[in-house]
Design a binder for this molecule. Structure first.
Ligand SMILES: [Zn+2]
Length: 390
């Protein structure tokens, strides 16, 4: 009798193992992994940019960002911090201390924010400023390259921890009868910077045009759309709706601020601190709730470009998951970790994640349908990640 029971017990044990293995085999087939379009699995990306480089505005933004836990980008006219001859301005030290806080990165907005010519060979001509003044210009060969590339090189000397990878297109007065960037300018910019932000535009979301928004899966890195805020805006509608659109359409929204004044502003691109502060509060709320990722222009560019070039391979052998994440980009520049969502086995509560020489224990999350997954950060092209039960 005892022997029979033992045999049955052994049989049951064997059967349960077989069934368990079947279960895990079929489960293994359904396990998937994907790179998420926004860091941390958030809905959208928001970037706050201040154009040109106005010190009182920067002081205000620093105070706001420290209080609210935000970050942003200064699209800096190099002349504000360093001359064409490489001499730091009187304000350079304060700019350095603001940037060193870590709340901001720097984008290049040219040396002088004035028309840099049709090409690089040297030329002369005229342009008419908005106030009607006719400006005669004469440029030496290499002037265009110096305005675009030289400016960034000099700012890297001033801001030693800044790579200055992004370019913000200046809205200067072009030569008479000409609008926009010449092919020669575009070539110089594209050879030296990873993205260019424009001053408007609309993203296409499956046939729906959404003002000022970028579709993360279909980004034009040579002309990132942005929302330029105006004093005359019905700001609680226009500025706040932009945040809502970022979340609803799962896009990347970029605000373009010029000067932010203490007092009310009647018209133009400068706006009042009180209004900006209300918007920053709204962004901080959505960021704290996990809906928005607040990123600098550099972070947003790196993440979305890597995401659009990423390929992910997953293999499951036994109870071990292996992932290989690659992109086709220069690893010296593109080193931003991407968030990867990985399904794990049903009985896991924790997972051990080994990648890039590091091992960490990750909490398993439970999706609405009861399936289990983890979120991990992976810099592309760092080998194979191994995931086991923790
Ligand atoms: Zn500007």
């Amino acid at each position: 009798m005892k022997k029979k029971l033992i045999i049955i017990a052994v049989l049951l044990f064997v059967m349960s193992n077989i069934m368990f293995n079947f279960a895990s085999c079929s489960e293994a087939k359904t396990l998937t992994a994907e790179v998420l379009p926004v860091k941390g699995g958030r809905s959208g990306i928001v970037t706050i940019v201040h154009d040109d480089g106005d010190l009182p505005s920067a002081r205000f933004m620093l105070k706001e960002f420290e209080e609210k836990g935000l970050c942003g980008t200064f699209a800096m006219i190099a002349d504000k911090v360093v001359s064409k001859d490489g001499v730091p301005t009187a304000n350079a030290a304060e700019w350095q201390s603001i940037v060193r806080t870590g709340y901001f990165d720097i984008a290049n907005h040219t040396q002088s924010h004035t028309w840099y010519g049709f090409g690089d060979e040297g030329e002369s001509g005229t342009y008419i400023k908005k106030d009607g003044t006719v400006i005669e210009y004469e440029y030496e060969p290499g002037h265009m390259t110096d305005e675009i590339v030289g400016a960034a090189e000099r700012m890297r000397e001033i801001f030693s921890d800044q790579k200055i990878l992004c370019y913000v297109i200046p809205g200067f007065t072009n030569a008479q009868g000409y609008e926009g960037r010449t092919p020669e300018a575009i070539k110089i910019i594209e050879d030296n910077f990873i993205s260019q932000r424009n001053t408007g535009g609309a993203g296409d979301f499956d046939g729906t045009k959404v003002d000022c928004l970028n579709n993360i899966s279909d980004i034009d890195f040579s002309s990132l759309n942005c929302m330029m805020v105006n004093a005359s805006d019905d700001y609680r509608t226009r500025w706040f709706e932009y945040v809502d659109n970022i979340i609803e359409y799962q896009g990347w929204g970029i605000y373009c601020f010029h000067n932010i004044w203490e007092t009310e502003v009647p018209s133009g691109h400068n706006v009042a601190q009180s209004k900006a502060s209300e918007l920053f509060e709204y962004i901080a709320d959505k960021s704290d709730s996990g809906e928005l990722w607040c990123a600098t222009l550099t972070e947003g560019t790196l993440y979305t470009k890597e995401y659009n070039n990423a390929s992910l391979d997953m293999t499951v052998s036994g109870k071990q998951i292996e992932l290989t994440l690659k992109d086709r980009l220069n690893d010296e520049i593109y080193d931003m970790p991407l968030t990867v969502r990985v399904d794990v086995f049903k009985n896991w509560d924790k997972a051990v994640f080994e990648y890039d020489g590091k091992t960490e224990t990750v909490n398993v999350r439970i999706a609405e349908d009861g399936s289990r997954y983890i979120l991990v950060d992976m810099v592309p092209d760092r080998g194979t990640a191994v995931i086991k039960e923790g």
